[in-house]
Design a protein. Structure first.
Length: 400
């Protein structure tokens, strides 16, 4: 799916930003007006134009709030948050503007959440000698008894997710369907990366286990009905955690990742020979290869940042650790596996390998071009994904 830009990375990230309109995180007109001023393939231009739109929308939100227009302020804050998040996306992790924009995105998002009509709270999940930040949302189905014991969705992101973005992708549709929802930052994401220097790790069962330990302290969570949803690279994290933690009673891979190294080579075959070279040559050639490829440039530089690496080539050693080979067969709970038929990060052989290994009850859903949901994580049609996922969850928990 091409959305305004020919450059795949720019097209996809614009589509991603616009998709959040379903829960007031964007307006199509604002997204297209911003895109029209961006020089395609130019990361600096991308940042500057999104930042202008974000500042303008945040100013609108502040004005509405000062005049006590609660709903208008909430919706403008949500859009401003998403535009700040989108703007920083292609910046290098060491660029000070990235942290500045991130702080603005969190600030505007939490101002919007303070104006919600449903239960919301910021939580700290104990994790080693520190914590992982999360948001807990109470189901909206019964406002007078918002924190009654209910089935709960535990939701994690992936390679580039922020905690705040997960509201649009899973929390908002969960609470209106009568589920509580806990979203939290994994190491290598959001504030955990930026403020606490917690780098991404392949053994997702450790941070997910910490979150479930926390859930056990809350009486409003039914521990016999916990579903774990993992988005993008979370499609690896979630099945991995489910393989090691029987407290997870349903698992959803919001686009599958069976083996991240194999998947990367499948999508970027030009890298295979390059990775056979000595380390110094690898680094030099990766720097050359990324210049004409926005997706590769972003993937390599983001990987250095989230894993705390010095060199681009080191990323592939981290990817080799992130595999479900020999692990997926340990999953005991029902699993929903999803992907888009033109996913530019994952090929169908990843799905086939996962299907071959999982032994627990399994449902597979491939989203198509005809549905307008063929992209990675169904950007462009989250409503369809949410319908498929939550209907599946309803049926699993009714029959479990």
């Amino acid at each position: 799916m091409k959305f305004y830009f020919n450059d795949q990375a720019f097209s996809f990230e614009l589509l991603r930003a616009a998709t959040y309109a379903g829960y007031q995180g964007a307006e199509i007109g604002e997204c297209l007006a911003t895109a029209s001023k961006i020089t395609e393939g130019d990361f600096e231009s991308w940042f500057l134009e999104w930042n202008k739109m974000a500042d303008k929308t945040a100013s609108t939100a502040e004005d509405c709030l000062s005049k006590r227009h609660k709903v208008s302020a909430r919706e403008a804050y949500l859009r401003a948050h998403n535009y700040y998040r989108t703007g920083e996306f292609f910046l290098d992790g060491t660029d000070p503007r990235r942290m500045e924009n991130f702080d603005k995105s969190v600030d505007t998002f939490e101002k919007a959440m303070d104006l919600l009509d449903t239960h919301y709270e910021i939580v700290k999940i104990p994790y080693g000698d520190t914590y992982l930040k999360g948001y807990f949302y109470g189901a909206a189905a019964d406002p007078k008894n918002a924190l009654a014991a209910r089935p709960t969705l535990l939701f994690i992101g992936g390679y580039d997710s922020t905690l705040q973005e997960l509201y649009f992708c899973g929390a908002a549709p969960a609470i209106k369907r009568g589920y509580h929802c806990l979203v939290f930052e994994m190491p290598g994401q959001g504030e955990a990366l930026r403020n606490q220097n917690l780098y991404m790790r392949h053994d997702a069962e450790v941070p997910v286990g910490a979150a479930i330990d926390y859930m056990e302290t809350r009486s409003e969570i039914r521990m016999d009905k916990i579903a774990l949803l993992g988005m993008s690279l979370g499609g690896y994290f979630a099945p991995r955690a489910a393989a090691f933690d029987d407290r997870i009673k349903a698992c959803i891979a919001f686009n599958v990742f069976y083996d991240t190294f194999d998947s990367t080579l499948n999508q970027n075959p030009q890298l295979e020979q390059l990775l056979q070279l000595p380390e110094e040559q690898r680094e030099q050639l990766l720097a050359v290869a990324e210049k004409g490829n926005s997706n590769l440039r972003w993937m390599l530089n983001n990987g250095k940042w989230v894993f705390g690496l010095q060199h681009r080539y080191e990323l592939f050693e981290e990817m080799k650790k992130a595999t479900l080979k020999g692990i997926a067969g340990k999953i005991k709970c029902p699993v929903l596996l999803t992907m888009g038929e033109t996913d530019h990060f994952v090929s169908e052989d990843q799905l086939s390998a996962l299907i071959d290994e999982i032994k627990s009850p399994m449902t597979i859903r491939i989203f198509t071009k005809d549905e307008g949901a063929e992209e990675h994580c169904q950007e462009g049609n989250h409503a369809l994904f949410h319908q498929v996922m939550f209907d599946w969850m309803d049926e699993v928990f009714d029959n479990y």
